[in-house]
Design a protein around this ligand. Structure first.
Ligand code: AMP
Ligand code: MG
Length: 530
């Protein structure tokens, strides 16, 4: 039999694309018409070929000056009517009132190549009616982090908003120090958040609340229309997706950092990458956001916070539900969904074909010894595929990661016993494990190296601000220097993206990306400043 023809995907030109109103079709109660601010002399910093392919574009298409001007916000594409949407939210557990797209605007919707559609959003494109005290801009540093992580999460199989490109400009943006401006083009079927519902609930505008729920059901949850109580079913589905998402975060050691209700997607996507981080050494109490002084959003707290956020959504949807009991009934799906997804993910990570009750104890014990010995989370699971079920010959990769190797030996004995209960060869198990345990995740220090190289060594000089406080000092490690003298160098970012797009495929040239952080990175801090 002949092999099937590979699918041919026509490559589109950006000029053929015609933006439609997506969320923009809703009444002006939900959004404001905005104009992107001009960005002088914009240049392309990076592009995701995978994201471009979703709307039928080749990466090269985004290198054209006309397209760069559109993604910088300098020219409006055909059909585009930019809007900023209004939402509110609970920030760090407290009602924060109105927030909204303070520096993001929707250009409109584009058809995807699979009959789907994508809202296209520029983040950092200037002031909107919701900018409050902000300047409407984003800096290159945080834009690179968001760009890389969106694409990395997708490649890990974890639902996420996408990032098409980063446009930079030598325009100063003032944070703790001066930095340069950047705009990330984000893509998602919808950028709606829990906070959109909260906004209309707390304003007492129940008609709009209902319109929002109807919009969501019509476009993203059409199967719920036939339910006896579609709005209750909607709350249940969003809760289910959220529980599943957070279980997936836990399984790769991803910490979001700012799980405010305005950063929670009603489609269960990872959204708003700020001070996120991946666990290096396993520490359940790890806090990735330097601004999170109480650890509200620590790794271990993420599932509980996600559930709390779903309750906030449930509260906001109360006018659409008939009783508190119905809301509670919908929210009850969170715990069993999280537990099932978490077990399934960790069963796969451990190479177990099925999860059985006693495996909870095996995993708890593993977490304890990983934490005590501060073992690198990603490396441990990747190395675990080498452990053999009948002898300790393959143990050294894992064992050597432990300060106390005897702790590993004790656990490995139980693990081997468990493996001998299942009918799966070592090589079959290793193959399966290597498909779920990544070699490469976006560790903070890897993002930092890509960022420093992209910023170049003479940013202040380039901005005409003198060289009084250089971005880098002589004591800083060589990895942080661009290979091109002081000029900005985006090649490291592109190479890192390539590794992150195939996170399960070990490649010799990417060996350094699999290493735990070097000493200089021990004190890297990431905060809300972006
Ligand atoms: P974030 O912490 O990025 O999720 O943002 C929280 C809120 O602050 C959102 O309403 C953002 O739009 C707004 N915001 C953050 N940074 C800026 C900025 N530089 N200019 C305007 N609004 C901002
Ligand atoms: Mg946000």
């Amino acid at each position: 039999m002949n092999a099937p023809e590979p699918a041919l995907i026509p490559s589109r030109s950006f000029d053929e694309l015609h933006f439609q109103s997506g969320f923009g079709k809703l009444s002006p109660a939900f959004h404001s018409r905005v104009e992107p601010a001009r960005l002088d002399a914009p240049y392309l910093v990076g592009v995701s070929a995978a994201a471009a392919a979703l709307i039928g574009l080749e990466a090269a298409e985004l290198r054209r000056p006309q397209v760069i001007d559109i993604l910088a916000g300098n020219t409006l594409a055909k059909g585009s009517v930019p809007i900023a949407t209004v939402y509110s939210g609970h920030q760090f557990g407290h009602w924060a009132g109105q927030l909204g797209d303070g520096r993001a605007l929707l250009l409109g919707q584009l058809p995807g190549i699979s009959g789907d559609s994508w809202e296209i959003q520029l983040k950092g494109a200037g002031l909107t009616p919701y900018s409050r005290m902000g300047d409407g801009r984003a800096v290159l540093r945080s834009s690179i982090r968001e760009f890389l992580c969106s694409e990395a999460m997708d490649a890990l199989g974890i639902p996420s908003t996408r990032a098409l490109a980063i446009i930079g400009a030598d325009t100063p943006v003032f944070r703790e120090s001066v930095e340069t401006a950047a705009v990330v083009t984000r893509m998602a079927p919808s950028f709606l958040r829990f906070g959109h519902f909260e906004h209309f609930y707390y304003a007492g505008r129940h008609d709009e609340l209902r319109q929002l729920a109807d919009y969501l059901i019509d476009h993203f949850y059409p199967q719920l229309r036939d339910e006896v109580r579609p709005f209750q079913a909607l709350l249940r589905e969003i809760t289910r997706k959220t529980a599943s998402l957070v279980a997936q975060w836990q399984s790769v050691g991803f910490c979001h950092g700012v799980m405010n209700t305005d950063n929670m997607s009603v489609l269960g996507l990872t959204i708003d990458y700020g001070p996120f981080g991946f666990l290096d050494a396993f520490d359940p109490q790890h806090i990735c956001n330097h601004s999170d002084s109480t650890g509200r959003y620590s790794y271990a707290n993420q599932p509980g916070i996600a559930e709390w956020n779903c309750y906030c959504l449930g509260q906001a949807m109360m006018p659409l539900l008939e009783s508190v009991d119905l809301a509670k009934e919908a929210l009850e799906i969170f715990r069993p969904t999280f537990a099932a997804e978490f077990s399934a993910r960790f069963a796969a990570k451990l190479g177990l074909a099925q999860w059985r009750d006693p495996d909870d104890a095996l995993l708890s014990e593993l977490f304890e010894i990983l934490a005590t010995s501060r073992v690198d989370f990603t490396r441990f699971f990747r190395e675990l595929a080498r452990v053999r079920r009948s002898d300790a010959a393959g143990d050294s990769g894992c064992r050597d990661l432990f300060l106390d190797p005897s702790a590993f030996d004790g656990w490995a004995t139980k693990y081997r016993q468990r493996l001998s209960d299942q009918d799966r060869s070592d090589s079959e198990r290793a193959d399966a494990m290597n498909r779920v345990n990544p070699v490469y995740v976006l560790r903070n220090h890897l993002a930092e190296i890509a960022i420093q190289r992209a910023r170049g060594g003479n940013e202040r000089v380039r901005l005409g601000l003198g060289a009084s406080t250089p971005v880098r000092t002589a004591q800083q490690p060589a990895e942080l220097s661009s290979g091109q003298g002081d000029a900005p160098d985006y090649s490291e970012m592109a190479t890192l993206l390539e590794a992150l797009r195939s996170p399960f495929e070990e490649r010799a040239e990417f060996r350094s990306y699999a290493e735990p952080p070097p000493e200089w990175a021990a004190h890297l801090q990431v905060s809300c400043s972006s």
